[in-house]
Design a protein around this ligand. Sequence first.
Ligand code: ADP
Ligand code: MG
Length: 138
Amino acid sequence: MSQRTLAIIKPDAVERKLAGRIIQRIEDEGFTIRAMRRVHLTEQQAGGFYAVHRERPFFASLTQFMSSGPAIVLVLEAEDAIKKWRTLMGATNPANADAGTLRKEFAESIERNATHGSDAPETAAFEIGYFFPGVDLI
Ligand code: ADP
Ligand code: MG
């Protein structure tokens, strides 16, 4: 069944001008881009997005990083999009990411790891709504 997921090209990748190459990979892998927007989050907005991680030791550093510069947020659609996008991204820590994945190729560290992807249908619904009001999802 066709499914949607939220992807983010994180500030580290936007700063290094990797957005074009990542978007090319997204299209090459057969996703349809249903929405796309450039954002520069405040630390508070990054904290709202990553609220599930607020008790983690890396939370403050993560929200600083995610608000450190512009990011590009996208809604991707495909069969089994959530799993498909996480597979294309690779493991959170690039040291553990498979060859050919975006994080293996582009991530600098476990924190500055180039991309984000929703991990379940419930989180995809929350994360898509965080950036795109329903009216923009055509
Ligand atoms: P994923 O992005 O693969 O779903 P998580 O949801 O566990 O990973 O973590 C969210 C983000 O927090 C990661 O993508 C990464 O930027 C950062 N992060 C996760 N674990 C660590 C860690 N141990 N140290 C620093 N940053 C981390
Ligand atoms: Mg996650």
